[in-house]
Design a binder for this molecule. Structure first.
Ligand code: NI
Length: 389
């Protein structure tokens, strides 16, 4: 059993790593310097099975336990930053203009490195730990997590269970939150092109005005959630883009609508795809127009499996005590690309308090270094729980 005090020395070291990574952020699939940094650290811990270049810049490293044979479990951290100009004014602010670690992936990487150092020196577990450092959690499909799964990491490294962690502002440092089942929503994106007939704005009767039709479609889509979805289910349909003519006196021949769909119930993705098309098409055709429709499935629902969720809860409680682990948190509607790993293998994703900081993806956000020993301690506790002799 560990308390967070066991990880104070590692906290000092991990703080330096974290601040170095924060000052040197890299965008998706370009994490070359970050990957080099991670690889050098892993090698310096005496870890000799390290595979690099998976999904461009991804890394998997193996630590063999010294307490006998057993399964391999995967621990995952993400390494990419965001295209945001930093305004945190910290001494370790981004040196790369327009790029910053605004989601705390610098902290996630530093915590997994800290756990790697500890586990490589103690090896007090059976079986094997696969450290997964993934690129490109943030971008549009195909993301780094998806590509690492596509490139076969689960089979190649015989990973039987997989675990993820993310910091969250607004929860106290030293506290954890998790739930069984869906914990984050899916993300699908759609495009609708309303095809009418353009003309002079002074003679609308000679046109089929796609602007007015698009307006009706946008309102129509709002009724799919309010009138056609079981109110006990979670579904979001947001229209976020609208593009029509560029002039006051032109009725365009087409209008482009785009938006996003989020849900915690996988079955509602089929429903949304079917009903958005039916609604848009029905409205357009009623006015003599038609639509082109594209629906792109991106990140699936992040779904925590029961057995692994219980392991995660036990591991966190052993570190910080029962009252600091909320095991019944309400799921969020954001999307997290760790979901692809949870589709490939059973596992669990847990949230770690980042304290009262700016929100994720805000230009003043910074990962809280005081949270580092909690994240490191969680990974160690998880390994020594899941792979106990
Ligand atoms: Ni993130």
């Amino acid at each position: 059993m560990h308390t967070v005090e066991n990880f104070r020395d590692l906290q000092r070291e991990a703080t330096n790593w974290r601040r170095y990574l924060h000052a040197n952020p890299e965008l998706d699939f370009q994490e070359h310097n970050t990957a080099r940094f991670v690889t050098e650290k892993l090698a310096s811990f005496g870890i000799n099975h390290i595979e690099t270049g998976i999904a461009e810049t991804g890394i998997v490293a193996l630590i063999q336990g010294e307490r006998g044979d057993g399964p391999t479990i995967g621990l995952r951290a993400d390494m990419d930053a965001l295209p945001i100009a930093e305004a945190s004014n910290k001494p370790w602010s981004s040196k790369n203009p327009g790029i910053m670690h605004a989601c705390g992936h610098d902290g996630h990487t530093a915590m997994l490195l800290g756990a790697a150092k500890y586990l490589a020196s103690t090896r007090n577990f059976k079986g094997c730990v696969a450290l997964i450092f993934q690129p490109a959690e943030e971008p549009e499909f195909p993301t780094g997590g998806f590509r690492m799964v596509q490139e076969g990491i689960m089979d190649r490294f015989a990973i039987s269970q997989v675990f993820g962690m993310h910091n969250v502002p607004g929860i106290e440092v030293g506290k954890f939150a998790i739930c069984d089942g869906p914990i984050d929503g899916s993300q699908d994106d759609f495009d609708i092109v309303v095809k009418g007939r353009g003309g002079h704005a002074s003679s609308p009767h000679r046109t089929i005005d796609p602007v007015v039709i698009a307006a009706q479609i946008i309102l129509g889509l709002q009724t799919l959630v309010s009138r056609k979805t079981d109110p006990r289910e979670s579904l979001v349909i947001s229209v976020t883009k609208l593009k029509a003519a560029q002039a006051y006196n032109v009725i365009p021949d087409h209008v482009e609508i785009a938006g996003t769909v989020r849900t915690l119930a996988s079955g509602l993705r089929d429903f949304a795809e079917r009903e958005i098309l039916a609604c848009a098409q029905g409205i357009a055709r009623g006015f003599g127009a038609d639509v082109e429709f594209r629906y792109v499935r991106s990140v699936p629902v992040t779904f925590n499996h029961t057995e692994e969720t219980n392991l995660a809860i036990t591991a966190a409680r052993r570190l910080v005590g029962s009252s600091s682990v909320n095991d019944k948190m309400r799921p969020g509607m954001g999307a997290e690309d760790f979901a692809y790993m949870l589709e490939a293998r059973p596992g669990a994703y847990i949230l770690l308090g980042n304290g009262p900081t700016a929100a994720l993806h805000n230009n003043e956000y910074d990962f809280t270094d005081e949270a580092l020993p909690y994240g490191i301690g969680y990974w160690v506790s998880l390994v020594e729980t899941a792979l106990a002799v």
